[in-house]
Ligand binder design. Structure first.
Ligand code: PLP
Length: 423
């Protein structure tokens, strides 16, 4: 039944039915959690062979002793593995640490204070600003907040950020120094940026103020749910064509490939920025964990091995995403009170309620024992102006828990919507 066109009597009857259902859930005292954007225990177990894989051989192919300092920007074989998997040039890659988020934080800080192949942002008059496509990844926004960078939200659709708006903002303000992008299976919408959007983002350096950087966070580049998932156009190829390679910083890691928090992360950039990054990195590190890099080379081997490994993740993840979609489409598709995208990869489903209801739905679900990411978390400063967006993270819980939690979630959405329509 489309609730938007239902009569008042129909809505009242439905409200009574849903309230009863909701009370039953509340009484059950459940404790379910759809907040955690991290791999499940089954997924991390796919990489258990990392343990002991070196069998006591602590030397890299070129004879480097992995146990000792040095090799600041990573082992050549690890660079090649990332280059082949992400469609990059190995010479553009620096491998450092276990976290791409740390590399993003460092890049913003270095660009701000020292400059990354350009003058430091804070040498210019005026407040540094970033464009933040929304809904987006809360930790990107936290980096800006921590480093005193003002955030300007820009809407997205299923093709990525609205580029007319992005270009107009950038043309009007040379103090916009960055844009956050999660281009394939965006966190949280799951969209894949279209070829047109990638091309236009690559060319932003031509119209932006000096030192502008695209923060291309390809966290979910290879995290597909099916083999036919939409591909992403190469931003580095587009930037080469546009002559804007200096404006692109690309990030990735094996966090959701092998062990989250015990993987390998990289930054890829053209040389003025890359060499500047490495110069500053060298002050803060004598060398990365090469033992772990070698373990990853031995486990994943090459781009095909990487792909085969990701296919095992997909077997675990697809049923979880299918359950979410089943509840949403069966419970809400006909009701006309919500929208969502059906992702072909990544870690999230992004859900939009009727305006003004996201906080209410999250609070209702919590009372019925289902923890959801706080409404607003997907917007800069935690402020979703329309109060519609809710991020659903189905990778970590057991399938039965997702099934139960989504049933409750759908009931909460319907109940909150019916009450709003009656008010
Ligand atoms: N970027 C995005 C978009 C993410 O969703 C996440 C983790 O949830 C990260 C980066 C963190 O990556 P890493 O573990 O490499 O720091």
């Amino acid at each position: 039944m489309n609730l938007q066109s239902a009569s008042r009597e129909q809505l009242q009857a439905f409200e009574a039915e849903l309230s009863q259902q909701y009370d039953t859930y509340q009484a059950a005292g459940l404790n379910l959690d759809l907040t955690r954007g991290k791999p499940s225990t089954e997924q991390v177990a796919l990489s258990n062979n990392l343990d002991g894989i070196l069998s006591g051989n602590y030397f890299a192919a070129d004879g480097t002793d992995l146990r000792n300092y040095g090799g600041l920007d990573g082992l050549p074989e690890m660079k090649q593995l990332f280059a082949d998997t992400f469609g990059l040039d190995a010479s553009s890659i620096a491998i450092a640490g276990n976290s791409s988020l740390t590399l993003m934080y460092q890049s913003v800080m270095f660009a701000q204070h020292f400059g990354l192949g350009a003058e430091a942002w804070n040498k210019e008059e005026g407040e540094v600003k970033f464009l933040c496509p929304v809904p987006g990844y809360d930790r990107h926004f936290s980096i800006c907040e921590e480093l005193g960078i003002a955030m300007i939200p820009v809407a997205m659709n299923e093709n990525g950020p609205l580029m007319d708006e992005v270009e107009a903002l950038i043309k009007a303000d040379p103090m916009i120094k960055g844009i956050w992008c999660v281009p394939r299976f965006s966190n949280p919408t799951g969209c894949v940026y279209s070829a047109e959007v990638v091309g236009r983002i690559a060319a932003l350096g031509k119209i932006a103020g000096k030192g502008f950087k695209v923060f291309w966070d390809n966290a979910y580049a290879v995290h597909v749910l099916n083999d036919n998932a939409e591909e992403l156009t190469s931003i580095t190829d587009c930037a080469k064509d546009a002559g804007t390679e200096d404006n692109i910083l690309l990030f990735g890691s094996t966090s959701k490939v092998t062990f989250a928090g015990a993987g390998v992360a990289f930054l890829a950039a053209a040389s003025p920025a890359l060499s500047a990054f490495k110069k500053h990195l060298a002050i803060s590190s004598i060398g990365p964990d090469k033992v772990n890099q070698q373990r990853h080379i031995d486990l994943l081997k090459d781009a095909e091995g990487f792909k085969r490994h990701m296919a095992k993740h997909a077997v675990i993840l697809k049923p979880r995403f299918d359950i979410v979609e089943k509840h949403l489409s069966e419970g809400l598709a006909a009701a006309g009170i919500a929208t969502w995208l059906k992702p072909e990869g990544g870690y999230f489903v992004s859900f939009d309620s009727m305006p003004g209801l996201a906080k209410e739905v999250v609070a209702m679900a919590a009372k019925a024992g289902v923890k959801l990411t706080p409404a607003g978390a997907t917007y800069p400063y935690g402020d979703d102006p329309l109060d519609t967006n809710i991020r659903i993270a189905p990778t970590y819980p057991a399938i039965e828990d997702i099934d139960q939690a989504m049933g409750i979630f759908v009931t909460c959405v319907k109940l909150a919507s019916v009450r709003k329509l009656l008010s």
